[in-house]
Design a protein around this ligand. Structure first.
Ligand code: PCA
Length: 214
């Protein structure tokens, strides 16, 4: 199973595209079932809820989604940084000023999702997608860093930011159509599932469980 998370609206918005995408996602991707979890935009609670669900479900992969207003393309993140900083308070009123996510944790933790394959899969649909090296300093980055610190990246784990959608009405900012982002994320999950299958067949061959492919 693949655990997919998304966020509630924040920062004065009445919707978060990732919540709508989560709701509309199919129940399976590439033979893996999808478990959906909606998170509050709160530094502490988002991380606690996501990590508790990880422990409860032991998923084969974790894909977390968030809105990055102002970006024009779908952006899988390569890494999370050990910093929490709020330009605005989170939905619980907490506004950290350059605090660590994890005391004495490493500065950077790297996504263990197949970021390159995700970019290829989304672009294959004709949709814009680029790797990003910064998940910001807000709740999304803290969730990514916190989840990687929690599970050690032992299963493919990472984050994908998406642009605003048209319905949010930011005429001066880039946006994508909800339907396009939804298709892009579904393709990204297929790429994650493909990667999981490859890993398992590699491991099975290495352990002698199946004969090597010719
Ligand atoms: N985007 C914010 C938090 C929730 C969301 O969807 C971020 O990028 O940190």
């Amino acid at each position: 199973m693949i655990l997919v998370t998304a966020f509630e609206p924040f920062g004065g918005e009445t919707l978060n595209p990732t919540q709508m995408i989560l709701e509309a996602l199919p129940d399976t991707a590439g033979g893996y079932s999808i478990r959906k979890l909606l998170l509050p935009v709160e530094f502490k609670k988002a991380r606690e809820m996501a990590c508790a669900e990880y422990d409860r479900l032991s998923p084969a992969a974790v894909v977390m989604l968030g809105q990055a207003g102002g970006r024009s393309v779908i952006t899988p993140e390569t890494s999370g940084r050990n910093v929490m900083h709020g330009r605005i308070p989170d939905n619980a009123g907490f506004q950290p000023d350059h605090l660590p996510v994890v005391e004495n944790g490493p500065d950077v933790l790297y996504s263990t999702l197949p970021v390159g394959s995700i970019v290829k899969a989304v672009r294959a649909l004709g949709l814009p997608c680029e790797e990003s090296d910064s998940a910001g300093e807000y709740v999304c980055n803290a969730l990514l860093y916190g989840m990687l610190a929690h599970n050690g990246g032992e299963v493919p784990t990472g984050f994908i930011h998406v642009p605003y959608i048209r319905e949010q009405g930011h005429e001066d900012k880039p946006f994508m159509e909800l339907e396009e982002i939804g298709r892009g994320i579904a393709a990204a999950l297929e790429a994650v599932a493909d990667n999981l299958r490859e890993r398992f067949s590699r491991n099975a061959r290495a352990s002698g469980c199946v004969p090597p492919a010719r």
